[in-house]
Design a binder for this molecule. Sequence first.
Ligand code: SAM
Length: 327
Amino acid sequence: MLVDSFNRQHDYLRISLTDKCNLRCTYCTVENIQQGSNGKLPIITADEIETIASAFVKLGVNKIRLTGGEPLVRKDAKDIITRLSKYPVELTITTNGVLVDEYLSTFKAAGIRSVNVSLDTLSKKRYFSITRRNEYDRALANINLLLQDDYHVKVNVVVMKGVNDDEVLNFIEWTKNTPVHIRFIEYMPFSGNEWSSEKMFSHQQLLDLISSKYEIIKLLNEKNDTAKKYFVPKHKGTFAVISTMSEPFCSGCNRMRLTSDGKMYNCLYEKQEMDLLTPLRNGMNIESLIQECVLNKKAMLGGNNENENWGKLNTETREKSMINLGG
Ligand code: SAM
């Protein structure tokens, strides 16, 4: 069992399959970011992902989420999904949805039942201005395909003032007749994404806005939930808020991350990484390194809360972006 010095048990691993993406979301990455590391960094192979994942499973991991970049652009993603499905874990995926139609049979065979799809707008024109790619129709059609196939579909919406905050109520309206689970995410600062607190739309602001039109009821949270869940009576879907900025949820954190160049991070905001790939390639046992990394986990936000700058964080201090670390 992976327990840190604050007695938090870690049983959830998020694996970034690649830092490449087929979209260019303005808030996530920048057009000139080096994608795919230009072949300079050692990209982890499918064999290595499986070996590292199996070490985590041996240490108590029972949930693995594949993310990125966009996990489905990786050429051997189907192979990796199939291999990981053989382990006693709940296997899930976070995707922008664009390529989902090519993966439905793989998901089914792998026993995946829940998929998180990112979609920040219900307007085709705005989708293009946010993602800089013309994939709205395909992404939305794929969400509908997943719903038709009875997947539990969570739609991730990063809410940004002046960008898409005017669509919050449209997303709630979508839950009326559709069993879709909207997750509003507070906009977070990352290297190069020009975050500022003025652009953030907080948990409380979301609740104020939504309750101006709908009756909302809070659902009970499960252990380790990052999202605060709600529903509108008689709606088929639900909504939730991921309040990383205004109300961080570190005390129940059970997450660890593996990047596509084989580095382990114990927090999205941790600056210290633990290289697992080089030791693995040198024939070392990586289990003790995983344990060491978990033991070094800070109480909150990779230690960034300690300088009281959390919430006003200078984005330039972030060395990695979301696409490097895996969202
Ligand atoms: N490509 C996949 C996708 O689009 O879902 C997986 C990777 S993406 C980095 C994972 C999630 O992180 C997405 O829901 C995305 O909206 C979210 N994300 C990226 N940058 C963010 C930021 N600055 N603040 C909050 N959420 C962010």
